[in-house]
Structures are given as C-alpha cells and as structure tokens.
Write a protein that binds this ligand. Structure first.
Ligand code: GLC
Length: 719
C-alpha cells in the first residue's frame, strides 16, 4: 500500500478538508483581508497549505508545526506570488516578454525559484498566461502580451524554469499556470468583470498558452475569478474537467484564486458556502485558497448530497501526490536549509541588470539622440520616476523590500561620474500640485540633454488596477509639455522614459520628444539597465509584445484581427475606419529600434509546394546599414488568404535574432512545420486545408514592412 493510500485510510474528514485548504499568512496582502490565525489549525491538521509567507525561519516554524506536532505529520505546501523574482526582481512579465528569448525567460524563472526555495517556499503562483489586448486592464503587466503563440512559448519557458528538471529538488518550485481562462478579456478592461467571448476566440487566443503549460508539465492551474459566458471559471466543469483534465490530460492540482470559491455567491450561482463549495469541487477545484468554503461548506454539502466523499478523496489524493512529487514528505525542511551565497546574489543582480536592459523598447530615436554623447557634461534627470527606486519594482513585487533597487538617477550618476547629473522631480506621479514645474523647466535651459522620467506608479498596474484613461497620470502631461516646450526653445534633446505596466496612450509625447524608451518596470537593477542603454554600453534590442494604441478609442487593437468585409480605404467612405483617428496603431507589435539600422532582402521560402508532412524552410538576408552594432529580432508571420473560415490578417509563427556589426550582412533561417498551418475549421476542430498561404518575414507586425512569400499547401499523396 502506498504512503498516500495509508494516509488516506487514516485521515478524518476534517484532516482531508484541511489538505484542500490554503490560508494566507500576513506577510503580504493579495486579496480581501480574512482574519484568522493558522497555527492551531496547522497543528490540528485542518489547514494543509499556506500562502503569502516569507522568511526561511518563519516558513520552517510553520512546517515544523505540521510535520512534528500534527497527528499525521503531513507537510505544508507553502506558496507565494513569485511572478518576476523573489527578492531580486527582474522586469515585470510584460517587459520581459520584450526580450523574445525563451532561454532567458526560463533562466529568470529558474533564478527566482532558487531564491524562493532557499527560503523554504515550494510553489509560485506563476506564470500568469492571460493574453490581453485591452491595456485598460492592469493585469496586462503580469502577462505574455497580446499573442497566443508568444504566450505558449512563454508558458513553456516559465514552467521549465520554475520547476526545473526535478520537482523534488531543493531549488524547484511547483508552478501554477494562471488564470485559466480568458481573464484578459474582461468587459471594458475592468478587473474581475464578466467575460463573454466566442468559442473560437477562447480556443484560438486564450487557451493555447495553458495547453502549452500543461504539455510542459505544469504542476498546478489556477482558474480565473471571472465567469466565461455566465459560467464562473471556478465552477466551470466543462473547461476544468472537460478540457483541462479530459482533453489535455492534466493530472495536477487545481488551486482556486483568492476567496474565489466563496465569490460564486456574488456571481449568483450559489446560495451559500455549501453550494459554492459543491460547485467548485464538482468542477475539479482541489484547493480552496482563502475562502474557507471547503472546511465550512463541504460537510454541509455532503449532508445535502451535493457532493460525494469520493470527490473529496480524489482531490485530497492529488494534493498529497503533489506534496510527494515536491519531496515534502521525505525532506520537508530541504527547501530553506541552505542560504544562498553572496556571490550567487551578486550574479543574480548582474543578470537582472542585463535582462532589464534587453527589456527596454526604444520606441523612437530621432536624429540619433541616443546613445548620449560621451562629451555630455550636464544632464537633467527629471520627473516623478527619476528617483523612485521602489516604483521600479512594478506590480507583484512579492518579497522584494522597498530598498535595494536602483533608480534612474543613481544609475546615471554611477555611469557618468564626470558629468553633472542634476535632478528635479517636477511633479509627483499622481498629485495635482504643479508648483515644481517651473524649477524643472528652468533647469532644462542649463543642461546638454534632458532625461524625462514619467509614467505610472507600481500600483497603477497589476491586480485591481484598471485605468480608464491611459495617458500619464496626475499633472505629468502638463509638466512634460512645459519641459518639451522649453527644451525645444533651447534646442536641448529630450529623452522620455515611460514607466508602465501597459502600453500608455501618449501620442503627443512621442510626437514631441526626441527619443522615447518603454521601460515598463525593470526591477531591482532598473536604473543601471536604463543607464546602460542611454550611454550605449548596451544597444537596445527589446520589441514590444503589445500593440500601442494612438487613441483609447481604438482599444482593443491588436495585429491578429480577422479581415473586414470592407477593409479601410481612404477613397471609399463606406469602409472600416474612424472619422477622427487613423486605424494604424502608434506602434505595432514587435516594434523596437536599435542602435543599428536593418534592411531585409532576398526572402527564400522552400518548398513552394508543401505537403502536410513537410517543414517549410524560410531564409532572409539582413543588413545592418547603421553606424553601430546591434541585434535585430526577425519575426515570422503567416496569413491564410482563403480558407473555410476567415483567418487573422497575421499570425505569429516564429522569431529569431541576429547580431550584426555596421555594414555587415547576415542571413537568418526559420523553419515551420506545415502542421503549424492547421487551424480550427467551422466546427472548431483542427483542419488542414490545401491552398495558398502567405509567409511574411520582417521587423514587426506591420505588413508594409514585411517581405512576403507564398506557398501552396496540399495533402500528402498516399504512398
Ligand atoms: C490574487 C491573484 C492571483 C494570486 C492570488 C494569491 O487575488 O488573482 O493571481 O496568485 O491572489 O496571491
């Protein structure tokens, strides 16, 4: 008989429900405060899992209570939102997506896991895989951007990185793919709002990243708070039992979101906690995070016949199996025993600095304003985010304290020891006080260049942080416009650095500034990463994983839209357009300038006639006609022009990178299995249809900048 069978045979109902319960410690608050202390319950075996606990000693103390003082000695599973680092922070996920580099995505997850496991943690509530095309939604910051194919690549990399090769290893974390599913499609970009999308959009846009996470072996999945067409995900039997466990074969644990089971009452599908608990358990949710619905609701649900003991046992078995896979039974204290060395932490900060620099997207760089000239003597670093180290953390900073992060000001002062680097905040991030603008404007006339640091506070994106206006908050626009006017009058270049968890709608700033960097929230080494790029020590290479709207009225705006029957035509009034704004975005998906300048030529796509068993080979030449070495990211898109259903104007199918010196020409190759050209036919089942498909290659999702080839698909002839 297995250890788990033996335990199951001994467990009381209260102990079983304890294994299905996750309670929060008070280290950090990630949801509504629900009072209560877990210590006695842990000793009684009626709480088997914890979240929001930080500190090796604290974690060990709780684990010892469970292992040495409870009746059955079942170890705790202790988790935390380690989303973009534990104590040393990497860029927020949306920023890190800009690297278009799966190896680095995996590496930062691995480093985060090592740091958190060294403090005794065994689970992270990450990766967040919600594709989002509405930047009003603050949780865009936590996700993979707007594209499902990219989301799937990030899912694979993050699961691999967090979990490592062996879930039982001392530095492995159980990853949790969240929030299943389509949370990014909330109504009007308002967090927690209802979700109502087509079955096609669900399957083509929102499910692929989760399917990829399951295929990569993710240990757990977290359903979204939201309903999907009226069925809350926490009670969605079709998507949890039907798709996740049935079609995809997921055998891991489903952990609810924070208090989400109790919130089924607010959704209007449960009259009380017992019904809510029954809905969730019947749908396949194993762990109740912070609703205490299972402990208090399931005994009543059993009496009412709403659930069967077998279902409770099925969930308990999955939780105990995960704990066994994590090695918690055999080595409950293995995680958290060995503190990391200073050399390890130093190396991790170096990585954070390098990843931060690569996450920066240079949106504009007129007149080669950047890199800053070595002759520069006086530099103004102004704005509410110029000396704001704590804000550089971005949302979901987890266990990262407020100190220890590098601001833009300190980064530049360290990088330019022989220059005068002068600082004035000008305005606060969100206040109405404009009294500081004059001093900032006066300073601009006395320096060689101006670095204008504007954008959002860390808490203005992430959870419960939707914004209806996507311009700069507070009086920052008034401040920036005054600075830009004075700078123009005194012919001083302005480099605007945008800090945000979403693509801001700032066409006026892009129009007036000489250079613009999207710096997202780069984490602990932000100021050094930014200084590396501003001074040319690092050539910017980031590419935006989201489309930047030129007006809020364009939202949702994304490159994977399907064609209109009346495509925009300036010569024809009755076509798909706005009367007041162009259709084109401010910046397309994939946009990002470097210190080089790249020209594409000589696209070769072979074979021209492709059978479903073939792999398509794509090659293109790239030349750096710029004055500096740089790295180019080359994107591969497809467009199926004629099919049984209307197909997106562009579909992302791959990317690669090339480093080129000035004047150097190189060629890149990409391969595409023809099976990747299958799609969901009219019945939403995968089909492979003969006919022509366009193969498009270039720097971003702007068709006018892509080289286009065509292949002809056919069925493989029966041999
Ligand atoms: C929050 C978030 C979820 C997080 C969980 C635990 O409400 O929705 O992403 O993992 O609670 O903090």
């Amino acid at each position: 008989m297995s250890r788990i069978d033996t335990l199951m045979g001994k467990m009381t109902l209260a102990e079983k429900l304890g294994q299905l319960t996750m309670a929060a410690s008070s280290y950090t608050v990630t949801g509504p405060i629900i009072a209560g202390d877990s210590t006695d319950a842990i000793k009684a075996g009626t709480i088997g899992n914890l979240l929001n606990m930080v500190g090796a000693a604290h974690v060990r103390q709780m684990q010892r209570l469970a292992v040495e003082e409870s009746r059955l000695g079942i170890p705790l599973l202790i988790g935390l939102d380690i989303v973009h680092g534990h104590r040393i922070l990497f860029p927020v996920p949306l920023g890190e997506a800009s690297l278009f580099d799966p190896e680095t995505w995996a590496l930062t997850a691995r480093e985060s896991a090592m740091e958190a496991a060294a403090e005794g943690l065994a689970m992270t509530f990450a990766p967040m895989l919600d594709v989002a095309r509405d930047p009003r939604w603050g949780r865009s910051a936590e996700g993979p951007g707007e594209d499902p194919w990219l989301g799937a690549r990030i899912a694979e990399a993050k699961v691999r990185g967090f979990q490592g090769a062996d879930l039982a290893a001392a530095d492995a974390l159980a990853a949790v793919a969240k929030h299943y599913c389509a949370y990014g499609a909330v109504t009007a970009g308002r967090d927690y709002a209802s979700v109502d999308i087509s079955a096609r959009t669900l399957r083509e846009v929102h499910m692929p990243a989760f399917e990829a996470a399951v295929a990569a072996g993710v240990a757990a999945v977290m359903p979204a708070f939201t309903d999907l067409a009226g069925i809350p995900m926490t009670a969605n039997k079709e998507l949890l039992r039907g798709w996740l466990r049935g079609r995809w074969g997921f055998k891991g644990v489903i952990v609810s979101d924070y208090n989400a089971i109790a919130e089924l009452i607010n959704h209007g599908i449960a009259a009380d906690l017992a019904e809510a608990a029954a809905h969730a358990l019947n749908a396949g949710v194993d762990i109740d995070m912070m609703a205490d619905a299972y402990r208090h609701g399931l005994p009543i649900a059993l009496e009412r016949g709403l659930v069967a003991m077998a279902q409770i046992d099925e969930s308990v078995r999955r939780v105990l199996t995960l704990k066994e896979q994590l090695g918690l039974f055999d080595h409950p204290y293995r995680r958290g025993t060995t503190p990391e060395s200073n050399a390890t932490l130093t190396q991790r900060r170096r990585l954070a600095r390098a990843v931060g620099a690569r996450a920066i997207v240079m949106l504009k760089n007129d007149k080669e304003t950047l890199p800053l000239p070595a002759s520069l003597r006086r530099l103004a670093v102004i704005g509410p985010l110029a000396d704001a180290p704590a804000e550089m953390r971005g949302p979901w900073w987890g266990a990262a304290d407020t100190e220890g992060h590098v601001s833009v000001l300190s980064g530049l002062r360290a990088m330019l020891p022989h220059s005068q680097v002068l600082y004035v905040p000008g305005v606060a991030i969100e206040s109405e006080d404009v009294s500081g603008i004059a001093a900032a404007v006066d300073l601009c006339a006395t320096v060689d260049a101006i670095v204008l640091c504007v954008g959002e506070a860390a808490v203005m994106s992430g959870e419960a942080a939707s914004r209806a206006h996507l311009d700069l908050p507070g009086k920052q626009r008034e401040f920036a416009e005054a600075v830009l006017e004075r700078a123009r009058a005194s012919a001083k270049p302005v480099i605007a650095i945008l800090f945000s968890g979403r693509p801001l709608v700032v066409p006026w700033l892009v129009e007036s500034a000489d250079a613009v960097l999207a710096a997202w929230f780069l984490g602990s080494e932000a100021g050094n990463s930014i200084s590396d790029v501003l001074t040319g020590r690092v050539s910017p290479s980031g590419r935006t994983p989201v489309t930047w709207a030129r007006a809020e009225g364009q939202i949702p705006i994304f490159f994977g839209e399907r064609p209109s029957g009346r495509p925009a035509n300036p010569k024809d009034h009755f076509t798909s357009k706005y009367l007041d704004v162009a259709n084109e975005p401010l910046f397309p998906f994939g946009h990002g300038l470097t210190y080089g300048l790249f020209v594409y030529s000589n696209l070769r796509v072979t074979p021209a006639d492709v059978e479903d068993i073939d792999t398509i080979q794509i090659r293109v030449d790239v030349r750096n006609v710029g004055a500096r070495a740089a790295q180019e990211t080359v994107f591969l898109f497809t467009h199926d022009k004629l099919a049984s259903v209307a197909r997106p104007l562009l579909e992302l199918k791959g990317f690669t990178k090339i480093d080129l010196r000035p004047g150097e020409t190189g060629s890149v190759s990409l391969s595409l299995p023809a099976t990747e050209l299958r799609f969901l036919g009219p019945e939403l089942e995968p089909v492979f249809e003969p006919g022509e498909v366009e193969i498009l290659v270039g720097p971003c999702a702007d068709r006018s900048r892509l080289l286009v080839g065509t292949i002809r698909l056919s069925w493989s002839r029966p041999c």
